[in-house]
Ligand binder design. Structure first.
Ligand code: ATP
Ligand code: PH2
Length: 154
């Protein structure tokens, strides 16, 4: 199944956490198919906190959505992620953005990710690796967040 994951870090060595998270995903029935560049982004959500580094990856996996979520959560924990402030600082956050054409409305797992189209820090890197993507809403990736000002590091 084709899945897009969103990664974010705004604590400590952000490059290290992004790299380690991606390398931890490998081999757990997950293949990395594409990786965006890293984008340095203003915190979204109204909390005053350090700049984020964000990245989106495309993976191929046989894991079911909840199993994949649990793998991501284990990796977050192993990299020192602590749940404190909602939308607050974190060493690493791994979100399931899109899982094939699956829709899920449970509290534990919402697919597609509920804020997908409002977050330039997700849309810009996603557009980089999937420029032809049609989002689950039926809108094309180029129609959404065209005004979001986020830039890759390199
Ligand atoms: N698509 C999804 N990807 C990751 N987690 C999800 C998803 N949908 C629901 N969740 C649930 O969201 C809960 C809270 O996640 P988390 O603490 O990472 O929130 P957050 O990063 O502060 O906010 P956001 O979910 O808006 O990025 C998790 O326990 C998880 O079960
Ligand atoms: N720029 C940016 N802002 C955020 C991010 C993130 O990854 N990048 N994650 C959040 C919690 O989900 C809240 N705000």
């Amino acid at each position: 199944m084709k899945v897009y994951l969103g990664l974010g870090s705004n604590m400590g060595d952000r490059a290290f956490y992004l790299r380690e998270a991606i390398s931890a995903l490998k081999g757990r029935s997950i293949r990395i198919m594409a990786m965006s560049r890293i984008y340095e982004t203003e915190p979204w959500g109204g909390i005053d906190q350090p700049l984020f580094w964000n990245q989106v990856i495309e993976i191929e996996t046989i894991l079911e959505p909840l199993d994949l979520l649990h793998v991501c959560q284990e990796i977050e924990l192993s990299l020192g992620r602590e749940r404190k402030v909602h939308w607050g600082s974190r060493t690493i956050d791994i979100d399931l953005l899109i899982y094939d054409n699956r829709v899920s409305e449970t509290e534990e797992l919402r697919l597609p990710h509920p804020y997908l189209e409002e977050r330039a820090f997700v849309i810009a890197p996603l557009r980089e690796i999937a420029p032809e993507l049609i989002l689950p809403s039926g809108r094309s990736i180029n129609e959404v967040m065209g005004d979001g000002k986020v830039y890759p590091l390199t």
